[in-house]
Design a protein around this ligand. Sequence first.
Ligand code: HEM
Length: 508
Amino acid sequence: MSVLLAVQFIIEEVYNHPNISAVVSVSSLLLWLSIRRPYDIPPNPWIIFPIIGHRPLLRGDPIVTLRKLRKELGEVFSIYVDAQLIIVVNGYAAIKEAFFTRGDEFHWRPNTRICDLFHFGVICNSGKEWREQRKVTEAGLEHVKPNSSTFIHREASHLITALRAGEAKAEDVFVLFHSAVFNALTSVLVSRRMDYKDVRLEKAVERFKENLELFSDSKYPNFFPFQKFLMGDFFDVKFLRINMTEIHQKIINPIFEEHRTEYNDEKVVDFLDVYLKEMKAQKGVEKTTVEERSCQAVLYDLLWHGTVTTGATLYWAIVFLLRNPSVQDKLKEQIDEVLTKTEATSEETNGSQKLKPELPVFFKAFICEVQRCANICPISMAHAVAKEKFLKGYRIPGDAVILPNLDSLMMDEDVWGDPQEFKPDRFTNSDGKLSIPHEFKPFFLGTRCCPASFLAESVVSVFLAFILYNFDILPEVQVSLPSSQRKKGLIPYPPNFKCKFVPRRKSQ
Ligand code: HEM
């Protein structure tokens, strides 16, 4: 009754006061404009807030929210983050259709402020520019593939020496692991490595980590494009740019100049040589993007993304080894059989061990399970379409951000049964052979899949095999194991932890 009276009072007030009536009309129009949604886009949660859209739903762990929305809304759904429409593609069939079968249509990157910063390289490029950069990147990676394992073995030996120097004291190996990965990549790609104590290396790892955090928070500058005209650095975009410039100036540019000075057509050794050769071949070609600025940007892309992804995978692997001691024991037994000691003076390994070509099945299964559970690219990278398309009957507007939800593959209960459990055996079949369901796609699929998956796999398996052969990995305190909770961010790391690398008796 009192509600009815209140409504009646408001109607009378509005009717009798034209000013109030105008304010109410304009506010209603604005409210309607800010929450209206086209009828033909993929379904979205009915509750929507003016200006911020569905943002409140993403509080907590957004990945868990996406899992819930998939159950409620289906394989292709949408959400509004502020005014930005985001379309989430879930499940193997829909992801394969969009990004593999129709990979050319869905290969674009969204036109966001953050992508602007990176757009000369390969990761954030689209269209003709992306095709050119992708082609030369693939050619360069193909060229270094045959010799890459020699460099990775060499870096693994350096890593073992550094871990031994820790004298089995509890330590956080985050920076050391990322430095070793960075070195493995630079050895393969540009024939250089740095001492682990070199400040340039420490700074590079620190800047990469900072940039990842800034990139993960990039939602604000992305969706408020006018911020570039503001003074100050409200959204840390300028900080991100300064960090990138530092890595370019201290590491990438000097290496580029050295290579350019020493370049010899007859001696094309590494990735950078291949790029320089292609630059030479394309000299004079109108509007080519295969030039100095793009080459440096591609190197930045490879080193940044390659270091943080591979470093995160290794860091997670140690968490799972500490939390599953019986798995660690089984792996050590198997690795002892395939790692052979070679002469310490051996040119090939510059160190002490070498892996036989074939790794044990359980070891491979362990690495798959680490990648599945660590799930370090849960929403891969943002995609877009150049102009309006249709997917599964829904309209996909040209200005939408499209997310391939890899978490919907790696953590699907229908595929894995108990996806939250860490069980390497799920990747072996009854014949004891490796069996990989097609939903396992840590490196994505289709036209924009990771072009360096072979490098990442090789670094992860060689480093882990060397570590398991040489050390017992023990928790800092026996009763407290590191957490497997995932931190927020584009690449979800575990919380930092310390552990001990105690030399194994047999390997002394
Ligand atoms: C465990 C380690 C790694 C994982 C899980 C991983 C995962 C991925 C994923 C999921 C994408 C696809 C993004 C998309 O949706 O477009 C991607 C792209 C890419 N990855 Fe990796 N990656 C890893 C290591 C590396 C390494 C070591 C390198 C290079 C040294 C590398 C270079 C690239 C590049 C250049 C792209 C962009 C391709 C393009 O846009 O065309 N990745 N990676």
